[in-house]
Design a protein around this ligand. Structure first.
Ligand SMILES: [Zn+2]
Length: 227
């Protein structure tokens, strides 16, 4: 056993009693793989132990939908939305202390945040994902981001690509294709028709649904194209 202050030995990057550093987690999966359910369960687990969590999600449209919806019927309002161009680090400071960032140290009685949980993380900008890593590493608060890896054209969402690059821990949440295989891709449907062209985020007012498919079923429906 050796500790901080001792010289490092070759082949050992961290001392055995190195303090634990909080991690950035990315839990990803196709549509309907239980991401929001998992997030709400994680929040519940923290709160059951008397700990405080912060829930957030990107603001993707003007409606400002601030609910996390689980397919199992559980719904919860987020603590804050993350608008385009916003600093997630600033938002974290503001909501973690219940006040503006300048007053951070004066709020010693505010219960510390034990975990930050982010839903729909695929819609974050790359800078905002960078901030999630900063919250984990610099503030020692674990951050769990949940999101979809790729869009309906099998292209990575920018937020998900950055999370794949930065997260300490990657975990795939699995769901089943209609054929029984593991679903990995998301397909977009207009009515009963699959579509393979269009914007990454469906425009407000256009009624689309999504179905998670395995690679084989995706390629069958797309006529062999990927993106
Ligand atoms: Zn299939």
């Amino acid at each position: 056993m050796w500790s901080h202050g001792t010289s490092t030995r070759p082949g050992r990057l961290l001392p055995i009693d190195c303090p634990t550093v909080a991690k950035l987690y990315f839990r990803y999966g196709a549509m309907n793989s239980g991401k929001s359910t998992g997030l709400l369960q994680a929040a519940y687990n923290y709160e059951e132990r008397g700990q405080r969590v912060l829930l957030a999600k990107p603001q993707v449209d003007t409606k400002g939908e601030d609910q996390i919806l689980s397919r199992l019927g559980v719904t919860r309002t987020v603590d804050f939305l993350i608008p385009h161009g916003a600093s997630v680090l600033e938002l974290f400071h503001r909501y973690a202390t219940g006040d503006d960032p300048d007053a951070l140290l004066e709020h010693v009685d505010a219960k510390p945040v034990a975990c930050v949980l982010v839903d729909e993380a695929q819609f974050l900008e790359t800078d905002q994902v960078d901030d999630l890593l900063r919250i984990a590493v610099l503030h020692n608060v674990p951050v769990m981001a949940y999101g979809i890896r790729t869009d309906f054209r099998t292209q990575a969402f920018p937020g998900s690509a950055r999370l794949m690059e930065l997260a300490h821990s990657l975990e795939e949440l699995k769901t089943i294709c209609r054929c029984g295989r593991k679903a990995v891709f998301n397909t977009r449907k207009v009515g009963e028709r699959f579509v393979f062209e269009g914007d990454q985020v469906a425009i407000d007012g256009v009624e689309v649904t999504y179905e998670s498919l395995c690679g084989q079923c995706y390629l069958t429906e797309s006529g062999g194209r990927l993106g």
